[in-house]
Design a protein around this ligand. Structure first.
Ligand SMILES: *Cc1c(COP(=O)(O)O)cnc(C)c1O
Length: 406
């Protein structure tokens, strides 16, 4: 037996823990419906929070861009890949978030995984929220800086770690909206700590850009740290595949930091530039996000969040109370319903699926043991009747799983 044969055993171990993942083949239908392996399902799993991924204006922008630029960018942005469309998008993104300059990347994961090592190195100190996204964690590892992990949102612990660190260069990294819990970081307080300890702050606003703050300008704008109040020590990062409905990411911040990242971020320098067709789609999405249509979509989303939370509130329904499920305290489109064990969360997911709904179960090790959950993602693409359908299906699932022996 060579070590190659171990992979069968490793895969079997994943099966034994209900951790084997498999993909579904998906074709979008109307609204929030998806055709999944041939079956039409009402989906609560997309990060397309504003329903822009299918929008006619974005489609038109792509068609026009293909006619003008073709399909591929052909090279790294450092060579000939930096199209006029990508350049225009960078200016518009910087303006949208109220920061001096922006840099447009082809993917969010690669952005954080390489921005962190561009900022800090061996001998420097990193301070990372325990619930940060995997790409920040991987960026921290790649950097070889000393990583200090603080308990989720525990700013007194962060302050103590900052005060105790002898490192000359300190970088605090945090999600702005936490992707599995849906809660929002206290950005003003994080920034104040960074000022006190001469640290930089890198914020990942993948789930806030397009949604939070005035006109959806994001978590930093919501915290007032933009325009004349922009901080010289904050680097803002957001992705474009969620509320913006397309793909890609950007960083924005003070000119000298963005110029440094342009020079030293390996996933920027050594990767083919995002094609202009995507940049033009994002530009169209951004016009929508910043305009009255964006306000209308954000209002719809807020109404869906309120409807779901009301329906799942303690006392609203005896079946939920008996099941012991707990909706986490989130005000964002991410509404996690904690079920408990991995297998239990999978059973509820399967019960919903039988009723024609797709709500993903998030399991250990993505979330802490015993907090396996349904990650309900709401969108402006939903109708109020979709939220009611979800609540009704959850009632039935709660009643049927409660009937099972423990
Ligand atoms: C989705 C996500 C990313 C990765 O962005 P992609 O563009 O999908 O690679 C990064 N950070 C957070 C918090 C995310 O949720």
């Amino acid at each position: 037996m060579t070590w190659l044969d171990e992979f069968d055993g490793r895969l079997a171990a994943l099966d034994a823990q209900s951790l084997r993942r498999r993909r579904r083949e998906v074709v979008p239908e109307q609204g929030a419906r998806l055709r999944v392996d041939g079956t039409s399902l009402l989906a609560f799993c997309s990060n397309d929070y504003l329903g822009l991924a299918q929008d006619p204006l974005l489609r038109e922008a792509v068609h026009a861009a293909v006619d003008r630029y073709g399909v591929g960018s052909g090279a790294s942005p450092m060579v000939s890949g930096h199209s006029a469309a990508n350049a225009a998008l960078e200016r518009e993104l910087a303006q949208a978030v109220g920061l001096p300059r922006a840099l447009y990347f082809y993917a969010g994961y690669a952005t954080n995984a390489s921005v962190v090592p561009a900022l800090v190195a061996q001998g420097d100190a990193l301070f990372s929220d325990a619930l940060n996204h995997a790409c920040l964690i991987d960026g921290a590892r790649l950097s070889r800086a000393t990583v200090h992990r603080y308990r989720h949102a525990d700013l007194p612990q962060l302050e103590a770690l900052l005060a105790a660190s002898p490192a000359r260069r300190k970088l605090v990294i945090s999600d702005a909206v936490f992707s599995m819990d849906g809660d929002v970081a206290d950005i003003a307080a994080l920034h104040a700590l960074c000022e006190r300890h001469d640290a930089l702050l890198l914020l990942d606003d993948a789930h806030g850009f397009g949604l939070l703050g005035p006109q959806g300008r994001g978590a930093l704008a919501a915290a007032g740290l933009c325009g004349a109040q922009a901080s010289p020590r904050v680097i803002y990062m957001a992705t474009l595949g969620k509320a913006l409905g397309v793909a890609g990411a950007f960083v924005a911040g003070p000119d000298r930091l963005v110029e440094w990242l342009l020079q030293k971020t390996r996933s920027y320098t050594y990767a083919t530039a995002a094609p202009a067709l995507l940049a033009e789609a994002v530009r169209a999405g951004l016009r929508c996000v910043l305009g009255p249509d964006g306000d209308r979509r954000r209002q719809q989303l807020q109404a869906h969040i309120a409807q779901l939370r009301e329906g799942l509130a303690p006392g609203a329904d005896a079946a939920f109370d008996a099941a012991g499920w707990a909706l986490m305290p989130s005000a964002t489109a991410i509404q996690p319903l904690v079920i408990g064990e991995n297998a239990a969360a999978l059973r509820v997911m399967a019960a919903l699926r039988e009723q024609g709904l797709w709500v993903p179960a998030i399991r250990t090790p993505t979330v802490p043991t015993g907090t396996a959950r349904l990650r309900i993602a709401l969108s402006a693409a939903h109708q109020p009747s979709d939220i009611e359908a979800l609540l009704q299906a959850l009632r039935i699932a709660a009643a049927s799983t409660a009937a099972l022996p423990a």
